[in-house]
Ligand binder design. Structure first.
Ligand SMILES: NC(=O)c1ccc[n+]([C@@H]2O[C@H](COP(=O)([O-])OP(=O)(O)OC[C@H]3O[C@@H](n4cnc5c(N)ncnc54)[C@H](OP(=O)(O)O)[C@@H]3O)[C@@H](O)[C@H]2O)c1
Length: 334
């Protein structure tokens, strides 16, 4: 087998504030044919995710920073082209963390076989992938149950819309905030949210007081900042917070002061739990069975915004911070 040409996106410089195209470069490499115990994969879809912004900084965190001049990493779903390992054969669909490139060579332990029966395969980056699993893990983290009133921020995004759909399936009353009327309609009409509002049209606390005057039991935090502060005010006694994300602060050059009303945690005996989806990998099979079952039964929708071509991947990533996606933002590579 001859060499394979593959384009990849590299980190050219560390962003200051909101990333720009100049922070990235597109390069082409030639891959040697796979050796024993190696598999050649062509990516079909790759994921762009807000957490990647944190890895572009040069700081210590729960994952190491991306290296300058090296290809970025991230979730992807692809097709095996050539295999010199017994575990995989050409045509198999696999997920990996080798996104941001068209082709790659990996050892079998870095690939996860997925069923081609479920289509489009990009669902393994969304409702049945890392973001869907984050939603599922968050609900389990604070034991969300029927009858709970749950408020979800970033609700029309990848994690948020699945969290809302799964909470509805558990019998919760679900409230969501999102950044446009189109997203609000999506939540109400396609995801079954009981209440949804556009957080850009007025102070979030006022909107919550109006929509849920009796308060909320659970807050699923995807954004932090003003929304977290408002949620702290409307949580009931013994309320729970899933601390999943804080996208409103990811591009801040200096961290903003935290919520001014944190003392609510004491007075209302609140529980706030941090979530890192990776900690839940030993329960991935359980998630795939539950969410896959709902998906096959038509009870869980996989909404996505699809951008075509590796040359659009950087714009798709930057677009996350301008709210350009409804559902999961994915890049179609083939
Ligand atoms: N802890 C974990 O293991 C884990 C795993 C996955 C994701 N996360 C976190 O979960 C959150 C959602 O991730 P996702 O993959 O589902 O992304 P996403 O919600 O699909 O995309 C990002 C969305 O965030 C909203 N947004 C952007 N800037 C904002 C701002 N300044 N204030 C408020 N909202 C803003 C935009 O929607 P609007 O139009 O509504 O503003 C945008 O569409 C992120 O914070 C992410 O880091 C955590």
């Amino acid at each position: 087998m001859s060499k394979v040409a593959s384009r990849e996106i590299r980190l050219a410089s560390r962003p200051k504030g909101i990333p720009t195209a100049a922070n990235f470069s597109l390069a082409q490499v030639e891959l040697e044919p796979p050796q024993d115990q190696q598999v050649l994969v062509r990516n079909l879809f790759m994921s762009v995710d807000p957490y990647m912004r944190g890895r572009m900084n040069d700081g210590k965190s729960y994952v190491p920073p991306f290296a300058l001049g090296e290809p970025l990493e991230g979730g992807a779903v692809g097709e095996v082209i050539n295999s010199r390992a017994n575990e995989f054969k050409p045509g198999d669909a696999v997920t990996s963390n080798f996104g941001w490139r068209e082709f790659f060579i990996a050892s079998p332990k870095d690939l996860h076989l997925v069923s081609r029966e479920i289509q489009p395969l990009s669902v393994y980056l969304g409702a049945l992938g890392m973001t869907g699993m984050t939603a599922w893990a968050g609900l389990n983290l604070v034991e969300v149950k029927g009858g709970d009133v749950i408020f979800i921020s970033g609700a029309a995004g990848a994690v948020g819309n699945v969290a809302g759909q799964l909470a509805k399936l558990r019998g919760c009353r679900v409230i969501g905030s999102a950044g446009s009327m189109e997203k609000v309609e999506f939540l109400r009409e396609e995801c079954g949210f009981d209440i949804a509002f556009d957080y850009k049209t007025g102070p979030i606390l006022e909107q919550l007081n109006l929509e849920v005057p009796d308060g909320i039991d659970v807050y699923f935090d995807n954004v932090g900042g003003e929304t977290l502060e408002a949620a702290l005010s409307v949580l009931k006694v013994h309320g729970r917070i899933i601390a999943c994300g804080g996208i409103s602060g990811y591009n801040e050059e200096k961290p903003r002061p935290g919520p001014s009303n944190l003392f609510n945690i004491t007075t209302k005996r609140l529980t706030m739990k941090g979530l890192i989806v990776r900690d839940w990998l030993d329960r991935q099979g359980e998630f795939e069975k539950e969410a896959g079952g709902y998906f096959r039964a038509g009870k869980l929708k996989n909404k996505e915004t699809v951008v075509a071509g590796i040359v659009q991947a950087v714009d798709a990533f930057i677009g996350l911070f301008a709210g350009k996606n409804i559902g999961k933002m994915v890049v179609k590579l083939v």
